[in-house]
Ligand binder design. Structure first.
Ligand SMILES: Cc1ncc(C[n+]2csc(CCOP(=O)(O)OP(=O)(O)O)c2C)c(N)n1
Length: 288
């Protein structure tokens, strides 16, 4: 076999491996969406809209990129994922179930005092969670700290953070954006869940973000823009973020709040609301 045919073979197997992994990620996302609805329905509360917009991103990130170990959640060599928009924690519980950190039976414990699934992320209660969040704006600062430590230790660990677009109204995010660029933290990857809705209205009505791409670029970030429900685009952007060595990368992921459930899509009322018995039945049918 010549060097070039060997490299063609490798590209082919890489492509086949990617295709297979993305098919698995799609199945994971399907189960996650069901479990997000079951959790919020059972607890009679939660934030399904912003969970469903982030589901496909989390499925690809966890399935294909994060180096983590469900048998040893505190493994010191792990990559970090910080859910800065902590109200979307059912999405993180749902992906942790699929990755084997939690059991599906724990769905009923969401928002219960007993159990390991509190209403907002807790790094002391839940295996696989590395940051307590809920108060918006803090995740990128924490990602910076862990990424800087990993660089100083030469461990090669990466830190990923998921930010809401409404969360970008917090000034701390932009302080942290400057810090990551200053220290050229090429092991930080921020993902913006750009679903265009805030808590009680459209983002542009509450406070527009203007030219979001230009803002991140002006803050010194390698900036990518994708469809946050397109598996190839999510995968390729995360690969590009790993490859880029000159500084931090942000992936602006255009998404739909409530994605996957027809009556929840793009409806601000589903920011914080639980499906009724009837709504759950319809939604689960749509997702099956
Ligand atoms: C510091 C802070 N201010 C206000 C809130 C209340 N709050 C909870 S969710 C939310 C809207 C966030 O919008 P976005 O980040 O776009 O979330 P998504 O639409 O993705 O769910 C707000 C203002 C909060 N949790 N923390």
């Amino acid at each position: 076999m010549t060097a070039s045919s060997k490299s063609n073979e490798k590209t082919k197997t890489d492509q086949a491996r990617k295709k297979e992994a993305l098919e698995e990620a799609k199945l994971i996302a399907q189960k996650m969406r069901r479990n997000i609805l079951l959790m919020t329905h059972h607890a009679k509360g939660g934030h399904p809209g912003g969970c469903l917009s982030a589901t496909d991103i989390l499925a690809v990130l966890y399935k294909c990129f994060l180096r983590i170990d469900p048998q040893n959640p505190r493994w010191s060599g792990r990559d970090y994922f910080f859910l800065s928009k902590g109200h979307a924690v059912p999405a993180q519980y749902a992906v942790l179930i699929e990755m084997g950190f939690l059991s599906p039976e724990e769905i009923k414990d969401f928002r219960e005092v007993e159990g390991r699934l509190p209403a907002y992320p807790s790094c002391t209660d839940t295996p696989g969670i590395d940051m307590a969040s809920g108060s918006l704006g803090q995740g990128l600062s924490i990602a910076n700290g862990t990424a800087l430590a990993a660089k100083l230790d030469g461990t090669g660990q990466r830190a990923y953070v998921l930010l809401g677009d409404g969360e970008l109204h917090e000034g701390q995010v932009w302080e942290a954006a400057m810090t990551a660029a200053h220290y050229k933290l090429n092991n930080v990857c921020a993902i913006v869940d750009y679903n265009k809705l805030q808590l009680d209205g459209a983002l542009d009505e509450v406070k527009t973000l203007g030219d979001l791409r230009a803002k991140w670029e002006a803050f010194g970030w390698h900036t990518l823009e994708i469809d946050g429900h397109d598996y190839e685009q999510i995968y390729d952007a995360l690969v590009e973020a790993e490859r880029f060595k000159d500084g931090p990368t942000v992936i602006i992921a255009h998404t739909v709040k409530g994605k996957g459930v027809s009556f929840m899509e793009d409806e601000v009322g589903w920011h914080c609301a639980a499906p009724s018995d009837e709504e759950l039945e319809i939604a689960l049918k749509e997702l099956s």
